[in-house]
Design a protein around this ligand. Structure first.
Ligand code: UTP
Length: 226
């Protein structure tokens, strides 16, 4: 199966720990040995937020801050590339077509951010659409899509399954209420909707959860179906 896995920076590199990155690389190699084609996207995590806050204190505008964030996502991508060795394309692709070409050469593309005004959630959705992936997995620090912010509301329930259209409605509602955290960004939700990509949002703290979702179809997250 051709799968794009978008690994949140807070999952891959909450702090700089080679063991965590290695565990993700091992998981990807296991999936490849099982016959899956894997493309990866990596987020920025805490380090990106610290750069962005520092840049904001220095008076940087939002475009400049996004560029700082993109820089950090690409650094994190390079950590995963280092762990994957020859199996990965040597640099984070800076276009979707370059990533698709790597996949055709049976290399693993590991992308970071692309352009200001979005997050790597949208990169994952766009890469999945570019390569006609059968599955897109968001390995996040939250265990799926909830009816409300699970950290703020005790009544928040996790959706086991959602239609792509409902995802767009839910994310749109969350993003309107200031301060709350959306599980994926609105552009990602829209791309998933138009490309009709089957998508799973799960807690990726343990990379084996990603392996089980892809290889055995078992997970405790939210499945988004066209
Ligand atoms: P992330 O994708 O990690 O953002 O990119 P996030 O969702 O805020 O982080 P997590 O999932 O909680 O860890 C980090 C930052 O990089 C910039 C944005 O500023 C984003 O917040 N970025 C990233 C872009 O501007 N464009 C991109 O394509 C990707």
């Amino acid at each position: 199966m051709r799968v794009i896995v978008s690994v949140g920076g807070s999952v891959l590199a909450p702090d700089l720990d080679s063991k965590r990155v290695e565990a993700y690389a091992d998981c990807v190699e296991t999936l490849r040995s099982a016959g899956h084609e894997i493309g990866l996207v990596v987020g920025g995590g805490r380090v990106a937020r610290e750069y962005i806050e520092t840049g904001r204190d220095l008076g940087g505008n939002e475009m400049a801050l996004d560029q700082l964030g993109i820089g950090v996502t690409r650094l994190n991508a390079r950590l995963l590339i280092a762990a994957l060795g020859d199996a990965a394309a040597p640099t984070p692709p800076e276009s979707y077509e370059t990533a698709a070409a790597a996949l055709r050469r049976t290399e693993i593309p590991v992308m970071g951010g692309m352009v200001p005004g979005q997050t790597t959630d949208a990169v994952g959705a766009a890469l999945a659409e570019t390569v006609d992936a059968e599955l897109l997995v968001y390995a996040t620090s939250v265990s799926g899509v909830y009816s409300d912010d699970p950290e703020k509301s005790a009544d928040a329930t996790r959706y086991e399954e959602l239609a792509t259209t409902d995802l767009v409605d839910i994310i749109g509602g969350i993003e309107l209420s200031a301060g709350s955290n959306a599980p994926v960004d609105i552009l990602a939700a829209k791309i998933i909707q138009r490309s009709e990509t089957r998508t799973i949002v799960l807690d990726g703290t343990d990379p084996d959860a990603v392996r089980r979702a892809i290889d055995a179809g078992e997970h405790d997250g939210t499945e988004i179906v066209p």
